[in-house]
Design a protein around this ligand. Structure first.
Ligand code: AMP
Ligand code: MG
Length: 359
């Protein structure tokens, strides 16, 4: 069944050879760099852009070739749809066919911010954006640099996270550079992302909002505004067509071997670390500050912080650090089970999955 979920990626030998000769510049956000970014976008190119969640790889959502270029540069599977990003004053009726009754309340409560809304829509942007689905995911990021860029271009910008497909998402301009040096012309540097995990993706095509991907805007927060909210779990055995193909792919994985332990199995994890070290592996732990203090063995401890917000903000940077310093990363599940941890735990589990898994 998983074979069906691995379609070819979009791209040609021609685009690949052109892309490989490019010089990549990281620029702080100024009038000049925004004008340069606009020029690249209008010419059909892609630009690294900051948001409050993770960095995006943006291209003109109205331009078929630009959207195909995003898929090619990232190596993204051709059935994994993109989110269209717009500035706060953008007229949504230019993009959607129908505005569901409770959508306004959600926009007023959470936007601009880390919530992506999936609307019924067809034909208003490049067909490659939604990969054949009859919906369009739209996000209005809160990051000032993202807003400045989106205002400058005044176009819907299709932007997946700016990492090579399946690699860890980027939370700094340097992370984007590490994955795309030589492949894109410009990265707008808006500093480190405050949110750290990708937006909550929420389908609003039905009577009740349905979360397709958890994030820092939680089910409880949405239910408080509109009275109800459900969480989607794909029932693949039934042959149902998956609503959000991205949930099926392995994501966020560091380039080192990983193993996840629950906090209650800490002693076992320490024994396992010693065993790996005896075999000559460089070992590091990744865990929250509370658990970190209890690890009494010489292996490096990468600290995620203590609160859900700290853990979300630091997770991807720590995973990228881990792949540089160790062969074996031992992740210890944080014990915090409050609502904001749903998104953090989802990413942590996906980072450790050795095969493509649903959440
Ligand atoms: P990324 O751009 O890497 O943050 O991933 C975007 C996520 O949004 C993926 O999980 C996609 O499957 C999901 N997504 C984008 N567009 C849609 C859509 N029209 N319907 C459902 N999910 C979507
Ligand atoms: Mg992504």
């Amino acid at each position: 069944m998983m074979g069906r979920l691995r379609p070819r990626t979009v791209g040609t030998r021609m685009t690949k050879s052109l892309l490989s000769k490019m010089q990549t510049r990281i620029e702080t956000i100024t009038e000049e760099s925004l004008a340069e970014a606009k020029r690249i976008i209008l010419e059909g190119g892609v630009v690294g852009m900051p948001t409050e969640t993770v960095y995006g790889l943006g291209g003109n959502a109205l331009d078929d070739a630009a959207v195909q270029k995003i898929f090619a540069v990232k190596g993204r599977p051709a059935d994994n749809p993109l989110i269209a990003h717009v500035h706060r004053d953008y007229d949504l009726s230019r993009l959607i066919d129908y505005d569901p009754p409770y959508a306004k309340a959600l926009r007023e409560a959470f936007l601009p911010g880390p919530l992506t809304l999936v609307y019924p829509s067809t034909g208003k942007v490049s067909r490659y954006v939604s990969c054949g689905l009859n919906t369009l995911a739209i996000r209005v990021p809160a990051h000032a640099g993202a807003q400045a860029f989106l205002k400058e271009v005044d176009l819907p910008i299709a932007a997946p996270s700016a990492n090579l497909s399946k690699h860890v998402s980027p939370t700094s301009a340097g992370h984007v550079y590490d994955d795309f040096n030589g492949k894109i012309a410009l990265i707008l540097d808006g500093g480190e992302c405050m949110g750290g995990i990708e937006s909550t993706v929420c389908d609003i095509t039905g009577e009740v909002p349905v979360i397709l991907r958890p994030g820092l805007i939680t089910k409880e927060m949405i239910a408080k505004v509109v009275g109800a909210c459900e969480v989607y779990t794909p029932q693949l055995q039934s042959g149902e067509k998956v609503k959000s193909p991205g949930v099926l792919y392995k994501h966020y994985a560091p380039r080192c071997r990983t193993r996840l332990f629950s906090a209650s199995a800490l002693d076992e994890a320490v024994e396992y670390a010693k065993e790996c070290e005896r075999k000559g592996e460089r070992v590091a732990f990744l865990c929250d500050s509370g658990i970190g203090k209890k690890i009494l063995c010489p292996a490096t401890v990468l600290d995620l912080g203590g609160t859900p917000e700290e853990m979300a903000a630091s997770l991807y940077a720590r995973l990228r650090e881990a792949e540089k310093i160790c062969d074996r990363l031992i992740l210890i599940e944080p014990t915090d089970r409050t609502e904001k941890m749903v998104g953090v735990l989802n990413r942590l589990h996906k980072a450790c999955a050795s095969v493509d898994v649903p959440h």
